[in-house]
Ligand binder design. Structure first.
Ligand code: 5AD
Ligand code: SF4
Length: 428
């Protein structure tokens, strides 16, 4: 999401004749787009700010701005604590940036952190930088109001709002015409996407179909779904289109009914497994990935075992696994105790990571011998002689280069694997 937001900021500023540089020694302004989801994300930014002091001693006119969720969460406090920060801008205030940069004087500090009920940056054509020219993100909605007990996002990104579907389709079409072959539709909770209009409402399944109809050679992905409202209708649309990728990210967070209740996730393990069954029913070759939190408030050994059991049942293809980090202002911070000792959190996290590693390897071994259509993304990081791409299930496949180019589709037969990568041969 921050990646997509940085592209919007890039567009807002280049329109006002600023240019983007990747060379920090050329920069007059350094904008840092930040995340507030866990404490360590914020600590990394604090460290980075400290490191930048040396650069500012040499080039004293350089101004540093903090964008995104950390700016929203800490507001002026951040500028008081970090003396080398000149301006802070929250996720809904990026349109103010050109005006701020034009008017900020040396020694002055500015802040814009008002959240909006309507800002979607729908009319802004993001500047794609740091891109492979093949895949791009399209933000389709902003904000979240699910208020999971551990999560800071509803406070930093504000209320849910959806973007006009016509602008989304237009952006997808333009990307396709420029040579892009894959778009990922982004939102904190894409299943809540809804656009009201006189000609009827557009929900997320209809939006997916509209984007998939742009061109059969344009792959469509999405993130993230909330399990409580993953509908059969969406799965049916996914089954209907070959170019909608067969990969669903469905954050489980915990396998324990008690924990899910305390987390305010509004589903039970039983409901979650029912959604997994529905995915397997409509999309037998779909990969499933997840997010999980180890050591949330009050988590017992039994709750942790329930999470491991959930992993064994679902057999995820990939998981983002985190230790619980208490975030200020959340429901958990106000009403619960961060009572699982850090060593216990670490041990539980390591157990989940170890189990998931085994499962991912076993899943990948089952792919050996199968042939997949792969969209080539670029040259392999390990060898100039190899290319890499992804299949519909979002698994990375590496294969010999031959005379093929990024952006092409090729059929690749898997001959070997690791837990993270498939290694294949191109089918002639
Ligand atoms: N501590 C640890 N992980 C968290 N996440 C969100 N909030 C926290 C927190 N306070 C994780 C969830 C979410 C992912 C984006 O980050 O798993 O799905
Ligand atoms: Fe946070 Fe829950 Fe919203 Fe995801 S759904 S962004 S975890 S509040």
């Amino acid at each position: 999401m921050n990646f997509a937001d940085s592209e919007i900021v890039g567009a807002i500023l280049t329109k006002e004749h600023y240019t983007i540089t990747k060379d920090i020694d050329q920069a007059d302004y350094i904008l840092i787009n930040t995340c507030a989801i866990r404490d360590n994300a914020e600590q990394r930014i604090r460290k980075r700010l400290h490191e930048l002091k040396a650069l500012q001693r040499q080039r004293q006119w350089v101004k540093i701005g903090i964008l995104g969720c950390m700016a929203e969460r800490l507001q002026k406090q951040l500028m008081e604590e970090e003396d080398n920060v000149s301006f802070i801008v929250g996720p809904d205030a990026y349109r103010k940036l050109p005006d701020m940069l034009a008017h900020i004087h040396d020694g002055e500090k500015l802040a814009e952190t008002l959240l909006s009920d309507s800002e979607t940056y729908a009319d802004i054509d993001p500047v794609r930088y740091d891109t492979n020219g093949i895949s791009a993100y399209i933000s389709i909605m902003r904000g979240c109001q699910n208020y999971c007990a551990y999560c800071v996002v509803p406070y930093t990104r504000g209320r849910e709002r959806s973007r006009d579907p016509q602008t989304i389709v237009h952006e997808a079409r333009e990307l396709f015409e420029k040579g892009y072959r894959e778009v990922t539709l982004l939102g904190q909770n894409v299943n809540s996407y809804r656009w009201h209009s006189e000609n009827g409402d557009v929900g997320f399944p209809e939006l997916m179909a509209m984007v998939a109809d742009v061109n059969p050679l344009l792959r469509v992905r999405f993130a993230t779904s909330h399990p409580k409202d993953l509908s059969d209708e969406l799965l049916q649309v996914m089954a209907r289109y070959d170019n909608i990728c067969k990969c669903i990210h469905l954050p489980v967070q915990s396998g324990s009914e008690r924990m899910l209740k305390l987390m305010n996730r509004r589903y039970t393990p039983e409901w979650y497994l029912n959604r997994i069954d529905a995915i397997r029913h409509y999309l037998p070759d779909c990969s499933i990935t997840t997010d999980v939190i180890a050591g949330f408030c009050g988590e017992t050994e039994e709750d942790h075992q329930a999470t491991l059991e959930m992993f064994r049942k679902v057999r995820y293809d990939y998981a983002y696994m985190f230790k619980f980090s208490m975030r200020p202002n959340t429901y958990a911070e106000k009403h619960m105790q961060d009572d699982v000792p850090d060593v216990v959190k670490t041990r539980r996290l390591e157990e989940i990571i170890a189990l998931q590693g085994e499962i991912a390897l076993e899943n990948n071994k089952k792919e050996v011998g199968k042939t997949f259509e792969v969209l080539i993304e670029g040259v392999s990081h390990r060898s100039e002689q190899q290319l890499f791409g992804r299949n519909s299930q979002n698994k990375v496949i590496v294969f010999d280069r031959g005379d093929m180019k990024p952006g092409q589709y090729v059929n690749v037969r898997v001959v070997r694997c690791t837990s993270a990568t498939l290694i294949g041969e191109v089918e002639k």
